[in-house]
Design a protein around this ligand. Structure first.
Ligand code: KG4
Ligand code: ZN
Length: 363
């Protein structure tokens, strides 16, 4: 498709519409020139999933269908923008739940077909990375980025748009997945991250010495051992690394001790990546970047190394369409658009984004 970046008539600005439906948030946003958020509507589906203790894909896709058009109307209204004046439609094509992604992609394709607009496929992880641009308008490539979400934990050296070197990633659970599982075991509900964050503020982070994975020379992560240690501790089986009797601990102590172990592991690998890359900018993005203890410890780490730290405000850490519109703007500027036959894909690694701007073909 040969769409070129078109600026809105009579102005030098380019407004991109972003659509994000990769998981359980239905979100539509309008962003001007990749940096200014005009609107960012995020419809959380938590109340429909929480009885099940996690996301139910069937419910997520049905709710996306119900919520996407109201979210689109609201986003346009709030931004005072007409749909036919946008320069392009950026949509998350993966990674994520395929039946959820398909809803956003179908809507994006319909708008592009009806209004002859360019379709811009965006990788969800790239969206998270570029959320840093929305919180610091001076930020530019290159930067070191820690992406921590419900599905991913990756350390990436972002050289330029679409030039991503993955330095390390989780070998088992994502950090957010561990938060969610431990919160369930502690009876703190769903989503687990914010619940643990709140509970931990009243607990002692040194109450239980949960294990920290030793990854040797690698910059990978592993959270499954820690998760299992917490589960065993709560079930009263004890663990070789655990020093305190379960009966003497409060839920807040366990939450704080678990959170401290996750943060220690994230800090340790990030510090090694700073040393290795000699990066002078660190961005920490994704849902787990909303964690208050992590934000504090990352602040300390960055000042110890005298580097700039960018952590988006909480609303831009968790899933949102503004980050997709932001990534879409930079892609549109370079003509990285797609035909209407583009697929939604459950798996789409950042290495593949580096190789091609299009998601992998499904068949
Ligand atoms: O980026 P995100 O909204 O969705 C994915 O792409 O996965 O991240 C969601 C994850 C969930 O696992 C949630 O528990 C976690 O982010 N999270 C947190 C906090 N807020 C959200 N984890 C720790 N502390 C928080 N304050
Ligand atoms: Zn996400």
């Amino acid at each position: 498709m040969s769409h070129r970046a078109r600026k809105a008539k009579g102005s030098g600005e380019m407004i991109v519409l972003g659509i994000e439906t990769s998981c359980d948030e239905t979100s539509v946003a309008l962003v001007r020139d990749g940096r200014t958020i005009l609107s960012n509507i995020v419809c959380s589906q938590t109340k429909w999933h929480k009885h099940f203790g996690g996301i139910v894909p069937e419910i997520a896709s049905r709710k996306h269908v119900e919520l996407i058009f109201p979210a689109l109307d609201l986003a346009l209204k709030e931004a005072s923008v007409r749909l036919d004046s946008v320069s392009g439609i950026a949509v998350t094509c993966g990674p994520g739940l395929i039946t959820s992604l398909a809803v956003g992609l179908a809507v994006a394709k319909a708008i592009c077909a009806a209004l002859d607009k360019p379709l811009i496929p965006v990788n969800h992880l790239e969206g998270h990375m570029l959320s840093a641009f929305l919180s610091d308008d001076k930020l530019n490539f290159p930067f070191l980025c820690l992406i921590i979400s419900g599905g991913h934990s990756e350390l990436v050296y972002a050289r330029d748009l679409g030039q991503y070197e993955v330095l390390g990633r989780t070998r088992d659970d994502a950090a957010g997945e561990a938060f969610d599982k431990v919160a369930r075991v502690l009876g703190l509900g769903f989503p687990g991250g914010p619940a643990i964050d709140r509970a931990a503020s009243n607990g002692n982070p040194n109450a239980v010495a949960f294990p920290r994975a030793d990854m040797g020379e690698s910059l990978d992560f592993s959270f499954a051992g820690l998760k299992t240690a917490v589960v065993r501790f709560v079930e009263g089986y004890g663990d070789a690394h655990v020093i305190k009797d379960a009966s003497k601990c409060t839920v807040a102590d366990i939450a704080a001790s678990f959170q401290e172990a996750v943060v220690d592991m994230l800090i340790q690998q990030t510090e090694r990546a700073i040393q290795m890359t000699e990066a002078d900018v660190l961005a920490v993005v994704g849902g787990v970047a909303a964690n208050s203890r992590l934000r504090q410890r990352m602040g300390e780490l960055a000042s110890r190394y005298g580097i700039k730290l960018v952590i988006p405000p909480i609303a831009l850490c968790t899933d949102n369409a503004a980050m997709i519109a932001c990534a879409g703007y930079y892609r549109l500027e370079r003509g990285l658009t797609a035909g209407l036959d583009v697929d939604a894909v459950a798996v789409w690694d950042l290495e593949d984004v580096t190789a091609s701007h299009l998601p992998p073909r499904v068949s």
